[in-house]
Design a protein around this ligand. Structure first.
Ligand code: FAD
Length: 292
């Protein structure tokens, strides 16, 4: 199933993101997580690709294939292009095709010192989107940034660049995480003004670790609301309370987004089946009601 068709069939699409385990860890950890996720039934599961084409990237194909061929769910394979050569991308596309994978989330990626400067074949994600569309018949999605991408501090300009990805053939966008829905709503208004017409899914990360959110928000430049920080500070030394407060915060964000007619929710599961299941249980009836 192509992701673009899902958005025609459903008012609200719900998906999960998983990442491949480190090469030093057994692939069994992901089997275990997928087993534990039985009953959640997301519309698709996306599988991340290692920064700069790192060794874990090979596992993206393996896990996407597992999702498709063993668990009969729809995978979206992430693919980055920074420092990659056209021939390498062509080979990855061939391998994805051979495994029956139809959906790709095409990204630029972030520079990796180990691979920096080895190729200039692709500069931006839009180059990769165009290349994939020219090479084979995949459905291609892209990433977007409600608070602006960290390299482009002008949100209007960043949205103009997003439009280039739409024009290159992206059929849908998934957003970076945000902790304050108002940024997402204001971003959505701007995308409409700038002529973005493809569906945009809101990326939500349930935060269950204070250090993790500090690292991520520094990397991606997302604002951290006071209300959120209060929770982190209050429960940082009580992991169970922090996990439950993080889940409750994410559920509150999601309920507000769905009630505001967002086209989809993409849950950054952080490979934590308990958290994904808890959130799914809390929002299942709401999603059903919207899709009735
Ligand atoms: P682009 O769309 O190329 O944008 C990068 C920057 O270039 C932006 O500032 C943009 O405004 C600017 N730009 C774009 N086009 C032009 C143009 N034509 N002219 C001038 N400027 C331009 N990283 C991974 O390594 N692996 C993953 O699996 C992964 N998955 C992700 C999933 C999601 C949903 C998101 C939101 C991010 C993910 N990332 C992943 C991180 C992503 O690779 C980084 O955020 C990266 O810095 C930008 O990637 P992009 O595809 O958005 O780049």
């Amino acid at each position: 199933m192509r992701i673009n068709n899902l958005f025609n069939e459903k008012k609200m699409v719900f998906s999960l993101e998983v990442f491949p385990p480190k090469v030093t860890s057994s692939i069994e950890t992901i089997y275990k997580m997928l087993e534990e996720l039985k009953g959640v039934n997301p519309d698709f599961i996306s599988v991340t690709y290692g920064a700069g084409g790192a060794a874990t990237s090979n596992r993206t194909l393996e896990i996407a294939s597992l999702i498709k061929n063993k668990y009969n769910m729809e995978p979206v394979a992430h693919l980055t292009c920074i420092d990659a050569k056209e021939d390498e991308i062509k080979e990855i596309l061939r391998n994805l095709k051979n495994e029956g994978i139809e959906n790709i989330l095409a990204l630029r990626g972030d520079g990796n010192p180990d691979t920096a400067g080895r190729s200039n074949d692709f500069k931006y994600a839009s180059d990769l989107i165009q290349f994939i569309k020219k090479t084979d018949d995949f459905n291609v999605s892209g990433a977007c940034y409600p608070e602006g991408h960290i390299d482009c501090r002008n949100l209007d300009k960043d949205i103009e660049n997003l439009k280039i990805k739409q024009e290159a053939g992206a059929s849908h966008f998934i957003s970076q995480l945000f902790l304050d829905n108002e940024y997402f709503y204001s971003f959505m208004d701007k995308t409409i003004e700038k002529g973005i017409t493809v569906p945009i899914q809101a990326g939500i990360m349930p935060v269950i670790n204070k250090k993790q959110i500090e690292r991520i928000t520094t990397l991606c430049g997302s604002n951290v609301p006071k209300k959120f920080m209060k929770i982190m500070d209050r429960y940082e030394h009580d992991p169970i309370a922090l996990r439950d407060a993080g889940i409750a915060y994410a559920v509150e964000q999601i309920v507000d987004l769905i009630s505001s007619d967002v086209k989809g929710i993409h849950l950054y599961s952080m490979n934590n089946a308990y958290v994904a299941k808890s959130i799914n249980n809390s929002i299942e009836s709401i999603i059903k009601s919207v899709n009735k």
